[in-house]
Design a protein around this ligand. Structure first.
Ligand code: ADP
Ligand code: MG
Length: 455
């Protein structure tokens, strides 16, 4: 087709449509690119071009960039179910994830050999969770939560307590506060965090047990085994020393702990030849594994009240759900509570666990912070060292800006403030209060945040 043909009749009409559509697509692409660049700023080491590729008849949303090619090459080389990363990702992730070096590979399109790493899981030291600063607001919710688990302080099962709310709303923060209150009163707290990426069987419980049995991948297996036995034997000895009336329960649990030792061990990757675990078929292995964890938790609850925290229910694997079902069955006289945090599903419904109908269940829903809460949180963040004296005030303009842009979500308040500080957009005013610098108030950046809030 010549240009002349193209300019005639309906062809002109179509060429105009193509032109306008092309401009529109470029605009959308540019916006998406701006967003991808902005969002990737704190986390990534590469630029990814995100946008819509193709023409009007056939187009798709896609990502282009060197690192996308690398991800593709790694995915092709990795075994089924494995996640491999390259050196830049390794640098970023090595403190929070366990990564095993897998040697060097020649990857298509890359010069020289590149070291690659296998993602094995999160670091075991999950108990290092720590929230600096004071919790803002939420006094009513905290009282409510404390009331829900109160039965454990009277030696009773408190059932399941759900804390629901959108991402970043402060579920973990609130539960952390409860944890501080209760551990001060002698309650033992077990954290079982579900993992978005690694949803392998019983992963949250494995992580709890790795911490409980003080296992370290930097130690040889024999040392880990010795530590495991030492801690389990310590629990058994303390159960045997319990006075009646707990003694009858205790002796049953002691027998069960001895019987299921190899199942607990297998959960922390310790195995030995001839163990009961090794002898049973997969179905019986699984059943006994669930029983083993339940026995351990009940045994602990005879020493002191226990709270089991299931963090991020929305990522919980099916086997862990089975375990919770078993764990909460017929345990009325054990001082045990299960506190679960979880987000809503996309349709707004709440993730619930398939427990027996007679298990007490309580629900607490977290809403966004009120503007005063946002203001306080921001003031605390801006001047953490002034925590003892009243924090410096925020200007009305800054407080209103933060409340509006973040919708009262504490995580967004933190992130937006960090970013504004980094840009030098939040500064001390002449009266010592925090103000927004400049007229334009980083409109472009805040628009990008609008995107990150949504996605
Ligand atoms: N009430 C609060 N007071 C102070 N900081 C809070 C509050 N709620 C949440 N945060 C902070 O906001 C961030 C997100 O909260 P987090 O509890 O992790 O959210 P969620 O578990 O709901 O995703 C954390 O850094 C947390 O410390
Ligand atoms: Mg959380």
């Amino acid at each position: 087709m010549t240009l002349l043909d193209f300019a005639r009749g309906p062809a002109l009409y179509w060429s105009l449509i193509f032109l306008v559509a092309g401009i529109l697509l470029r605009l959308v692409g540019a916006l998406l690119l701006a967003r991808a660049r902005y969002l990737s700023k704190p986390r990534s080491t590469h630029t990814v071009w995100a946008g819509i590729r193709g023409g009007v008849e056939r187009c798709e949303y896609g990502l282009i960039g060197d690192v996308v090619n690398l991800a593709c090459r790694l995915a092709l080389k990795a075994g089924w179910g494995e996640i491999w990363v390259g050196p830049a990702a390794y640098e970023r992730l090595q403190e929070t994830f366990r990564l095993e070096a897998r040697g060097t590979y020649q990857l298509k399109g890359k010069r020289g050999e590149m070291p690659v790493y296998l993602l094995q899981g999160k670091e075991e030291q999950v108990e290092a969770v720590f929230h600096p600063g004071r919790m803002v607001g939420r006094e009513g919710e905290l009282d409510q939560l404390a009331a829900y688990v109160q039965p454990i302080l009277a030696g009773q099962f408190a059932g399941l307590v759900y804390v629901y709310g959108e991402a970043g709303i402060g579920k973990s923060r609130l539960v952390y506060e409860l944890r501080r209150q209760l551990t001060d009163r002698g309650v033992r707290w077990f954290l079982c965090p579900a993992d978005q990426i690694l949803r392998q069987s019983l992963n949250p419980f494995r992580r709890f047990l790795l911490h409980y049995f003080d296992q370290s991948r930097d130690r040889p297996a024999e040392q880990n085994r010795a530590r495991f036995d030492e801690l389990l034997d310590g629990l058994i000895a303390s159960l045997q020393a319990l006075p009646s009336p707990a003694a009858r329960d205790a002796s049953e649990l002691v027998g069960e702990l001895e019987r299921t030792r190899s199942f607990l061990a297998a959960l922390v990757d310790l195995r030995w030849e001839g163990s009961l675990y090794e002898q049973l078929d997969p179905k019986l292995r699984f059943e006994n594994t669930l029983l083993a964890v339940k026995t351990l938790v009940l045994a602990e609850s005879l020493r002191q009240p226990v709270v089991l925290q299931l963090e991020d229910l929305h990522w919980l694997d099916d086997d862990s759900q089975e375990l919770v079902k078993l764990l909460t069955r017929s345990v009325q006289d054990y001082p045990l509570a299960t506190v679960c945090t979880g987000r809503y599903r996309d349709d707004g419904s709440r993730v619930a666990l398939p427990v027996d109908a007679d298990v007490p269940q309580q629900v607490l829903e977290l809403d966004t912070l009120l503007p005063d809460g946002v203001r306080l949180l921001a003031a605390q963040m801006l001047a953490p060292r002034e925590a003892e004296r009243p924090e410096a005030e925020l200007s009305e303009e800054l407080a209103a800006f933060l409340a509006e842009k973040t919708g009262g979500n504490p995580f967004f308040v933190e992130q937006l403030l960090l970013d504004l500080r980094e840009q030098g957009t939040v500064i001390r005013g002449t009266g010592g209060e925090w103000v927004l610098a400049g007229e334009e108030v980083t409109q472009s950046e805040t628009r990008a945040y609008g995107c990150s809030v949504k996605y």
